[in-house]
Design a protein. Structure first.
Length: 249
């Protein structure tokens, strides 16, 4: 190709030649696909651009999933209820109710975000002397990453994930190896809790009756915890289980 470019004289097209090419292109637009000659460096550039676009898209999806997992406050009621039980406070249907705030203008309830949930779990575990568990909650989700994703305030760059600092200054750069470790910590915590929950849900078939109360202000009662595989229901009742078929009808 280079030899031909050096030896072959440059072809100069006349006006009639250009008109002919335009006419042929209008009749057969796809002809350009057949005659296009692409240099190797162009192919490499396209490949890098395509891989970069694919990697950015993949990172966007991963960050969205990471943020979704971090913000599932209802899911993290599970370890919170266990901490309440360990501390002797009994069960609580709404363990994070103290973190709920009211909007100043509308008065509507505002659920706590992931940072508030994790701070509560860290503090509660520390009060009970569960230092290692407190460290797990502390390192599970990076508050800067969660906040940046929630506000779409980040840049995916070659050297890593760049986060704008809310107080000004140079952006925080998270290298890709550190980014991978951050994702693994958060998603692994979610996966471990989910696995434990599934294991214990399975253990309630057949049902088990325990003596308990919903909160410390209620008297103790018999609660039957059950897993109904037929309809996929998992719950508890203070009545007879399974219920009498005559009452069900």
């Amino acid at each position: 190709m280079n030899v031909l470019l050096r030896k072959a004289p440059k072809v100069r097209l006349a006006g009639a030649d250009r008109a002919l090419f335009v006419f042929l292109y209008r009749l057969f637009p796809s002809v350009l696909d057949a005659i296009a000659i692409v240099k190797p460096e162009t192919v490499l550039r396209w490949h890098r651009a395509g891989f970069g676009a694919w990697w950015r898209w993949k990172t966007h999806v991963l960050l969205a999933f990471y943020n979704q997992v971090a913000e599932r406050s209802g899911f993290y009621e599970i370890p919170k209820k266990l901490l309440l039980t360990v501390g002797g406070d009994g069960n609580n249907i709404w363990p994070f109710q103290s973190l709920v705030e009211r909007h100043r203008k509308t008065g509507e309830a505002m659920a706590p975000n992931a940072n508030e949930i994790m701070k509560d779990l860290i503090g509660h575990a520390s009060e009970l002397g569960l230092t290692e568990l407190a460290e797990v909650f502390r390192d599970a989700f990076d508050p800067d990453v969660r906040n940046a994703v929630a506000h779409a305030d980040y840049i995916i760059w070659q050297d890593g994930l760049r986060l704008r600092r809310r107080n000004g200054g140079y952006p925080r750069v998270i290298p890709w190896d550190e980014f991978d470790a951050l994702m693994c910590r958060g998603l692994n915590l979610f996966s471990i809790i989910r696995g434990v929950v599934e294991e214990y849900v399975e253990s309630y078939d057949p049902p088990k009756t325990i003596r308990s109360r919903m909160n410390k202000n209620e008297p103790e009662d018999d609660y039957t915890i059950y897993l109904d595989r037929e309809n996929g229901a998992f719950g508890f009742t203070t009545e007879k289980y399974p219920p009498d078929e005559r009452k069900r009808s």
